[in-house]
Write a protein of this length. Structure first.
Length: 72
């Protein structure tokens, strides 16, 4: 695995961890405005990527995300 692939994998893991943390903070009533902005930006980016990649890739990604949520 190249260093770029490792960096990308690290960025994905970090983004996932931060999103889960923010959602947990929301559930606990402890979220701050900066985290809401970060989550909003991430969601807008994800929606733009979803649109760019199309329905087949979206379906694959959704299935992978569902599997990962069961494994955590």
């Amino acid at each position: 695995m190249s260093y770029r692939d490792r960096d990308f994998a690290h960025n994905v893991l970090y983004s996932r961890q931060q999103c889960v943390r923010i959602i947990n903070d929301i559930r606990n009533g402890e979220v701050n405005e900066e985290d809401i902005d970060k989550l909003s930006n991430f969601l807008q980016f994800a929606l733009a990527l979803m649109q760019a990649e199309g329905s087949k890739r979206w379906s694959e990604a959704k299935r992978n995300a569902e599997l990962m949520s069961y494994m955590k």
